[in-house]
Design a protein around this ligand. Structure first.
Ligand code: ZN
Length: 338
């Protein structure tokens, strides 16, 4: 006791003071008009403190009934000699309130939060989602994790040597500090419209995927970023494959499919500008008066440049066309002549 006073002192403190976290609410994600894109739902975490349980059979029966768990699972945890044992997380608030109302000694119901995305798939690859402990996993949720996380508070309970709460010793609380909200330039309405347009194109062109970016050219703010098909942020671990297809995959393959589903090709991939650059060429040519809107061109469907034959999108040729119809046809012939 003399030589190891620090060691035993710590042990005694661990036994006498029991800490339970008070979760901080994670900051929300809002669009440029204040529409809530990511928020929190109140849920509960149910735990038991072994030494405080007076009627283990009653506790087991109640938890099995209310939490719809097997008796074997609950019994193992209730009978385990530990300072605190977590029974279930993400329990609906109504169920938590009901469990609290039983008033059984040794059962603790703590308020917790579960991330919730009101629009399920909206901007899924941009927003990203959080894990079991509300930490960001991908997207903005991980990029701004430290801003949104907040700081958990604590409930300190004084107990006697056997770990039983001292009557009237009171609980001291260290209040949690909630996370900061994140306001982004995305516009819910524009995003929604683009997702619908992307879906139509996806079906019509039988594409593997469709991406859309809408940017404010004055300042580069992103108003919409779509990667169709999007995934459900409230259920991000369910594959978009059929059950039979999913059953054939190994754990590693499954993770790869999930990573593919979660990634944002708009910012993760490079894409050759190609025809989109024709807008710049056309604008420059008009400004420098190199070309007039009524100038005529002839497209035979290809053009020989040095040793190679560059084909137009329409291999049979667009024939005679003006500069305006050339732009409408996105004709390579017209733009390579400028
Ligand atoms: Zn052409």
């Amino acid at each position: 006791m003399v030589f190891c006073s620090e060691y035993y002192g710590q042990k005694a403190e661990d036994l006498h003071e029991r800490e339970r976290d008070i979760k901080a609410a994670r900051g929300r994600i809002l669009d440029c008009n204040g529409t809530i894109l990511a928020t929190n739902r109140s849920v509960c975490t149910i735990s038991v403190i072994h030494n405080q349980i007076e009627d283990p059979e009653a506790v087991i029966a109640m938890l099995v009934k209310e939490l719809e768990l097997s008796e074997e699972t609950v019994r193992k945890r209730v009978e385990k000699v530990s300072s605190i044992e977590r029974i279930k997380t993400n329990v609906d608030k109504e169920v938590g309130d009901k469990i609290r109302a039983y008033g059984l000694a040794g059962v603790k119901v703590d308020e917790d939060y579960k991330r919730y995305y009101p629009y399920d798939t909206l901007a899924s690859t941009v927003l990203g989602f959080t894990g079991a402990d509300n930490q960001g996993i991908v997207g903005l949720e991980v990029a701004y994790d430290s801003y949104m996380q907040g700081t958990s508070g604590k409930i300190l309970t004084l107990t006697d040597a056997r770990g039983i709460e001292i009557e009237n010793a009171g609980e001291s609380r260290l209040e949690p500090v909630n996370g900061n909200d994140l306001v982004i330039s995305l516009d819910y309405n524009i995003q929604m419209y683009c997702e619908q347009a992307a879906e139509k194109t996806y079906i019509k062109k039988q594409a593997d995927r469709v991406s859309v970016i809408v940017m404010n050219p004055q300042n580069g703010e992103l108003l919409a970023m779509v990667n169709y098909p999007e995934f459900n942020l409230n259920d991000p671990f369910t594959l978009t494959l059929s059950d039979e297809e999913a059953a054939l995959l190994s754990a590693e393959e499954k993770q790869n499919v999930l990573n593919q589903m979660w990634r944002n090709p708009c910012i993760s991939d490079t894409y050759e500008p190609g025809s989109t650059f024709k807008i710049i060429t056309a604008a420059a040519a008009l400004e420098e008066k190199v070309v007039d809107l009524d100038d005529t061109f002839y497209c035979p469907g290809y053009r020989i440049v040095e040793d190679r034959r560059i084909r137009c999108a329409r291999t049979t040729g667009h024939g005679a066309e003006t500069f305006v119809t050339g732009i409408m046809n996105s004709c390579k012939q017209v733009f390579s002549l400028l």
